[in-house]
Ligand binder design. Structure first.
Ligand SMILES: C[S@@+](CC[C@H](N)C(=O)[O-])C[C@H]1O[C@@H](n2cnc3c(N)ncnc32)[C@H](O)[C@@H]1O
Length: 220
C-alpha cells in the first residue's frame, strides 16, 4: 500500500540530493547513548531518507535495517553506503503497509522527524505499527516537532488541533509535552523526554532551527 502522493513529494525533494547534508542529527547521537546503555544490537530506522542517521548508527556498530517510501532516497542511501563500505539493510517501503517487514521485531527503533508529518488517525496507526515492531523490553526513540518551534508553529491553515499546513496537503503536527507523554502511556516506560534544537540546512544555503522533542520509551 504505497502512498503515491507522499512518494512523489519526497522523491521530488530528494531529486536535489542529500538535502540536509551528511552529518547525523543530534538525536541520533542521543539515541546511540540510550541504545548502548540498554545493549541494543538490531536497530530499525523507518522513514530513513537518504541515510544520514542509519549509516551513522551502522558505523557505531549497530545492525541496521532502514526503509523509506522514497525510492530516490533509498537509491542515494544504498549507493552511499556501498561507496563507504557501510552495511545497512535498505528497502523501499511504506510505513503503513503491513507487508513491509511483516512480523519482524527489532531491539530498537529510531524514528526521526516522521511522526509529525501525519494527521491524528495516521499518527495513531503509525505508533501502533512501531509498537508492533519493537521487541518487548526494546526501545523506541523518536523525535517530533514541538509547540515551542517558533519558526513553524501556527504557520498556515490549522487543519486539526496544533496541526498546520504551511504547504497545502503537507500537515505538520506540533506536540505538547502532555500529548507526547500520552502516546507512550501504558505501553512504554519513558526513560527520557527532552527538548533540543536541530539546525537543518538546505541546498539553497538557508538554515533553520527546529525545536524538537526527543523521547525514549522502553517497551513493557
Ligand atoms: C522529514 S524527512 C526525515 C528523514 C530522516 N528521518 C532524517 O531525519 O533525515 C521524513 C521522511 O519520511 C519519509 N516518509 C514519509 N511518509 C512515509 C511513509 N508513508 N512511509 C515511509 N517513509 C515515509 C519521507 O520520504 C522522508 O524521507
Amino acid at each position: 500500500m504505497m502512498t503515491p502522493s507522499m512518494n512523489s513529494y519526497w522523491n521530488s525533494r530528494y531529486a536535489d540530493g542529500r538535502i540536509w547534508g551528511d552529518d547525523a542529527t543530534p538525536s541520533a547521537r542521543m539515541a546511540d547513548d540510550w541504545f548502548r546503555k540498554y545493549q541494543i544490537s538490531e536497530v530499525l530506522v523507518p522513514g530513513c531518507g537518504y541515510g544520514r542517521n542509519s549509516m551513522w548508527l551502522a558505523k557505531q556498530g549497530f545492525q541496521v535495517t532502514a526503509f523509506d517510501v522514497s525510492d530516490v532516497a533509498i537509491q542515494l542511501a544504498t549507493e552511499d553506503a556501498s561507496r563507504r563500505g557501510i552495511n545497512v539493510n535498505y528497502l523501499v517501503g511504506d510505513l503503513f503497509d503491513p507487508v513491509v517487514l511483516n512480523g519482524m521485531q527489532f531491539d530498537g527503533i529510531y524514528l526521526s522527524n516522521v511522526l509529525h508529518l501525519f494527521l491524528a488517525g495516521d499518527r495513531q496507526r503509525l505508533m501502533e505499527r512501531m509498537d508492533a515492531m519493537v521487541k518487548p523490553g526494546g526501545m523506541l526513540a523518536l523525535t517530533c516537532i514541538s509547540v515551542y518551534d517558533q519558526n513553524n508553529y501556527g504557520i498556515g491553515r490549522e487543519v486539526e488541533a496544533d496541526t498546520f499546513e504551511k504547504h497545502e496537503g503537507k500537515p505538520l503536527h506540533f506536540y505538547t509535552e502532555e500529548e507526547l507523554l500520552r502516546i507512550f502511556e501504558g505501553k512504554y516506560e519513558v526513560l527520557t523526554h527532552t527538548l533540543h534544537t536541530q539546525t537543518e540546512s538546505d541546498p539553497s544555503g538557508e538554515s533553520e532551527n527546529l525545536q524538537l522533542w526527543f523521547v525514549v520509551g522502553k517497551k513493557r
